[in-house]
Write a protein that binds this ligand. Sequence first.
Ligand code: AHM
Ligand code: MG
Length: 333
Amino acid sequence: MAIKTLGQFIIEKQADFPYAKGELSRLLRDIGIAAKLVNRVVNKAGLADILGQQGDINVQGEVQQKLDVYADTQFINALKMGGECCYVASEEHEEGVDLSTNVTSREAKYIVCIDPLDGSSNIDSNVSVGTIFSIYRRLYADRPIQKEEILQVGRKQVAAGYIIYGSSTMLVYTTGCGVNGFTLDPSIGEFCLSHPDMKIAAQGSIYSINEGYYSKFPQPVKQYIKYCQEIDSATNRPYTSRYIGSMVADIHRNLIKGGVFIYPQTSNHPEGKLRLMYECNPMAFIVEQAGGKATTGKIAILDIQPQLLHQRVPIVIGSSDMVEQVESFYANH
Ligand code: AHM
Ligand code: MG
């Protein structure tokens, strides 16, 4: 069977846009290269001295894992070397990394928001982790990077994607013309097109939420959990509960099988836990492009005007009918 590599696919897509100069293609290529480097280390995490904690606390007040720091360094270095990115906002840095003063990136047109290694607390137990990225266009070429360029609304994303380091490693991305998934073939070291034009079913039978926090959830979410557990053969309930605790893996599974992932407000995290700029927005863009929905329970994630780089939001994301069911509980509350 003929294979199509990520590189070939990107070039082919670029040809659809006659005026494209190849900058976004090169940026995606740079991310793909860093992903392979991170994958190599994640794969031998039990062997290399890379497991465990780095000893530092990141901007979120969370303990940084060694692999968090490694992945962050690899992606930033790849973006720096590639010269197509002028600014990187990362989960691991309080302030973004301004590359626009580097000679190679002075003319760069893109801003990247990234969670280099999401779900990293799962690594020590060999559970899937991921990378999530979001790409925006720089608005003003003639001045230093402005705050409003970094805090653009999710609808302005030019591209977004994730890498899942799982039983196989996959890169899934969108540039706003559907979603395509590539599986890393370790024997040739290439991401190969394996999931063209991914679509999420309008209705699934999986709900994913950390039910241990049930007593801390808002009423509409409690109601929805009870709804999922009720017996109703007409709507195929009760649904199955699946929660890995690694956002990329949970959403990827639901994308493939149909389902809804919820991380709502809790009493510990009154704004929600997951970050808008580099977790929720890119996942929302991908899921919408696959035909699904992503909201806070009230408004579309992609319509939220960001105020802060590390802003948190509640999220309900996945199969459109399931997301709408959750929204109806919020609306009636
Ligand atoms: P991280 O960015 O610190 O890794 O945290 C994000 C992760 C998500 O991958 C996952 O969905 C969530 O935290 C799990 O949180 P909880 O353990 O509260 O269910
Ligand atoms: Mg994260």
